[in-house]
Design a protein around this ligand. Structure first.
Ligand SMILES: C[S@@+](CC[C@H](N)C(=O)[O-])C[C@H]1O[C@@H](n2cnc3c(N)ncnc32)[C@H](O)[C@@H]1O
Length: 284
């Protein structure tokens, strides 16, 4: 969807955080009605992504229920997407993967299971998400193979040419300075390394597209906010899907950062996309 088509305003900054669970269902139900009414008026508008400190605080707030949300809201479809995402990586034994915006380490854990001889460095700026990730990594006995670092994707705390592959799953659409992040991905990648990014996307088939829009406009905000005990996080996360660039535009951004042989893979009729690029071997 073109940003110009979008008509409803969303907060530039995080609205008042409300983590207490006072009448959450009433609040989210009324929000659901608001979304419903708004949809009847016409398409939506997100004027801009939140400042990164608000995004950071939002993820700290929802960290405790993030995995539960994925299981409940995405009906395990996201699990299938993550499995496919990891399968496409095709990592060699001894490879080092940089899992950026690592969150609760869902991709990291799947990658370690699929490729038993790799190591992973996960980076995220939300201490809340990293706390959950550490707990899961420890519980699965993966601590010797996984290092988790606090850091901003726009300025990675990682040396040049450290990784054989870099992944960002469901993370980059929350970041304003995508170009900066992609250039950082290029810097920390070894020549010949593979970049893989995954984000939700709207399918072309009209009925599926309509259903998916309904999900992002009504289902995800209503239940996501309720379960996480906030009054904005999942409304915001749902709206960011609308302002992510088109496939062509995003592949151009990946190329502009220096990556070659860019391509994309559509999952589940285009409900999610994997964007790929390689760092050329011959580059100085
Ligand atoms: C929706 S979660 C995705 C987590 C995980 N990759 C997954 O597949 O479930 C997005 C993550 O990106 C992180 N994030 C967003 N902007 C960031 C930034 N500028 N620097 C570092 N992490 C960021 C958030 O803290 C959050 O953990």
């Amino acid at each position: 969807m073109d940003a110009a088509e979008i008509s409803r305003e969303a907060p530039q900054q995080a609205p008042g955080e409300n983590t207490e669970r006072v009448a959450p269902l009433v609040r989210t139900l009324s929000r659901g009605i608001y979304f419903w009414r708004d949809e009847a008026r016409g398409p939506r508008r997100l004027r801009g992504l939140m400042a990164h400190q608000h995004v950071q605080r939002m993820f700290d707030t929802i960290a405790g229920t993030y995995d539960l949300q994925n299981r409940f809201l995405a009906a395990r479809v996201d699990n299938h997407w993550r499995n496919m995402f990891v399968r496409y990586l095709r990592l060699n034994p001894g490879a080092v993967l940089g899992d950026l915006a690592v969150g609760t380490a869902e991709i990291t854990i799947k990658a370690c299971r699929r490729y038993p001889e790799i190591r992973v460095v996960g980076v995220d700026f939300s201490e809340g998400m990293l706390r959950m990730a550490r707990r899961k990594i420890r519980a699965r006995g993966l601590s010797p193979r996984v290092e988790l670092r606090t850091g901003d994707l726009r300025e990675l705390p990682i040396a040049d040419e450290s990784f054989d592959a870099v992944t960002i799953s469901f993370g980059i659409r929350n970041i304003k300075e995508r170009g900066k992040v992609l250039r950082e991905c290029f810097r920390v990648m070894k020549p010949g390394g593979r970049l893989q990014i995954m984000e939700p996307s709207f399918p072309n088939a009209p009925i599926l597209k309509g259903l998916y829009r309904y999900y992002f406009d009504h289902v995800m905000p209503l239940f996501g906010n309720w379960i996480s005990g906030t009054d904005y996080a999942y409304s915001y996360l749902a709206e960011t899907v609308y302002v992510f660039p088109s496939d062509e535009e995003f592949l151009r951004e990946i190329s502009a950062a220096g990556f070659a042989r860019t391509s994309l893979v559509a999952l589940t009729f285009g409900m999610a996309k994997i964007y790929r690029g390689w760092k050329p071997k011959g580059r100085p």
